[in-house]
Design a protein around this ligand. Sequence first.
Ligand code: NBG
Length: 833
Amino acid sequence: MKQDREGSQGEDGNVRTGNSPADIKQSILDNLYFSQARIPQTATLNDWYMALAYAVRDRMLDNWLTSNIHRGRKDLKIVSYLSAEFLMGPHLGNNLMSLGIREQAQQAVTELGLDMDALLQQEAEPGLGSGGLGRLAACYLDSLATLQVPAIGYGVRYEFGIFDQEIRDGWQVEKTDKWLNLGNPWEICRPEIVFTVKGGGHTEHYYDEQGRFRVRWAPNRVIKGVAYDTPVAGYCAGMTDILRLWKSEAVESFDFQAFNVGDYYKAVDEKVISETISKVLYPNDEPFIGKQLRLAQQYFFVSCSLQDMIRIHFLRGNNSLENFHESFAVQLNDTHPSLAVAELMRLFVDEHLMDWDLAWRVTQSTLSYTNHTLLPEALEKWPLHLFASVLPRHLEIIYEINRRFLDEVRRKYPDDHQRAVRVSLIDEHCEKFVRMANLACVGCHAINGVAVLHTMLLKRTILRDFFELYPERFHNVTNGVTPRRWIALSNPELARLITDSIGEGWIKNLEKELHKLESFARDAAFQKDWQKVKQKNKEALAAVIRERTGIVVDPLSLFDVQVKRFHEYKRQHLNIFHVITLYNRIRNNPGIDIEPRTVIFGGKAAPGYFMAKLIIKLINSVAEVVNSDPVVKGRLKVVFFPDFNVTNGQMIYPAADLSEQISLAGKEASGTGNMKFSMNGALTIGTLDGANVEIRKEVGDENFFLFGLTTEEVENVKSCGCDPCNTYESNTHLKELIDEIAAGAFSRGDRNLFMPLLDALLHHDEYLVFADYQSYVDCQDQVSDAFRDRQRWTTMSILNTARMGKFSSDRSIREYCDRIWQAKAVTDRREKR
Ligand code: NBG
């Protein structure tokens, strides 16, 4: 073994960080020996994965430490992205790519007799997020690092991330995600970067020796947050940013007083309770659930993060906090971290004795807020009594902010009492609540929506009063996704084809370069290559579908895909109704010539969201019937792909022909899956909702399948109080399929199973599934027609990819930097250690 380890020196002589295959190979062996304490003869696959991961991490450290020097520079603003979720996806493949050592590592691994794919699959996905908002945060970190902007992502190191989804008897079953079980080689624990966080108790008011009014918060518990850093390497950039996640721990492992009197169990209690705070991610995305632990979690990571920023601010040589906003631009990813408004005020005023007015100016200049939802029920508001019991001091601060704010509102609108009631930080309708979006709007200098339509609707609906008060604070920054993970990494064949045609500039400059593909859209040879890539991706997905679900699908059929969280507003049920419609057509006319389709669904439902889970059950029930009915003859298949996550997404997006973006207009803030599909050459069937509007504008109306009511039409339908029963009665195909479900055609005769869903549709149809049904089905027929003409389809597909440059997260981050953060990239030459 010793020989193995010492082996040959790499070409550039630096085994620890050199990039030659020989260096990397040696480094893997060294790490296997010194970090995993294993020799090759006894190493498990996981040992090898860990050894490779450490070898890669070693190569990231040089840039990381250099970047730390930049973060220490007073003249450079650091972007702090505060987010309760970071859905990073597996690191290994992405880091190999960012460092530009994929091929060398491949060679090293092969020489060691290992299989790179198996090693990549060994990595447990860090699922520290539940959907779009968390994944957006991850894309933004990638772009910040690639654009060389000094940044820190701050969040929670959940011990259990988003649950793993299994399907049993057609139902979703949640399994605990144990992503840390086999160790996490990417994080570095910083036991010395630790902060205490108080909770509960009461406040005491007093005057200090200098006669100043002061407030002391006497908490009834204190925990500490320990920093865990994960490096985020920019793509072929000198910058490595940091994801800093906080783990909660007991201040003392044992309560010695309790221990001494013999109550061993009570002594350990404290430790257990403290560690609960960062235990588990709340798996809901849209509807707000007011759980005390969640409030404690939010406060925990906000407080640790702000204390850390203040530490760094002083480390940079500042001696006052007056210019804190020149050190940090802090972005609040939705209202989950909006306690930052009150906490920063508390830290400034109570802990650092700053004058209130100055503290308020600095707080506002530092913070900005992104809204991610238009659903009123998703807006966070905490019951006042609960808030007071966890954060008594913050409630006082919020009252003071509110007093001053409402004075200002009343000065501006002296006779408009109702307006003051609406914008107040406290909802006093019956039970009292603290309104977190209002707190964010008042305490931030910038507020943004995540797509043009979304921002427009924010100004017109849920944030209208704030728009009228502070129009200058409102911005739109349309979301984007990173082309590194979502094209280069997940679709390597397509990436190669693009690079062969237009060079590799697109990877870092999607907006300027990708459109060059347009000139190949009608080129016969290029089209063939393009089709080949898609075909290969579809075959690969078909193999995985077979392995995971047992369902055999035809890779030549149209892959019609809807993957996203399950929610009624996203209308997965509309999609399955279309499937039933196709099925009925086949049964009514068995010889019918229809374009073969494979309809693929994927996504998780919040564990407590009954209706979403019932829709999953319906999809699986329809799948069971359709897939086994001989009359269908392979023309239609339905697949529920279990456990949709980043890893699976990387396989699914590249294999899609058709992207389903069918939310009710006015409900989806932006969507980002829509971008990933289109970049990978899928055509979209979609409503005028979220970023679909902008995608359609970019790719061209003729390359987008549009259907459904517009936001204005939705408002009209809603205000006319139309009865969904009328639509049901008057549309024979719709009536037929609803009656079939009701009769138990997909539930082995059980007429009760889907009743709650059908009742909701027939009596309220909140998300206008019935109203959009016919338009959707007609549009799907156009899709089928278009797909018959492969040449035309391929042209449309190429044009979709070619025109998606705008939706790179690099563009979004540039906009945030210029318009909101006033942050700059590190442009000067790299300083060496
Ligand atoms: C989601 C929206 C999506 C949007 C992402 C990222 C939440 C609360 N909102 O439409 O539903 O794309 O945020 O902005 O997760």
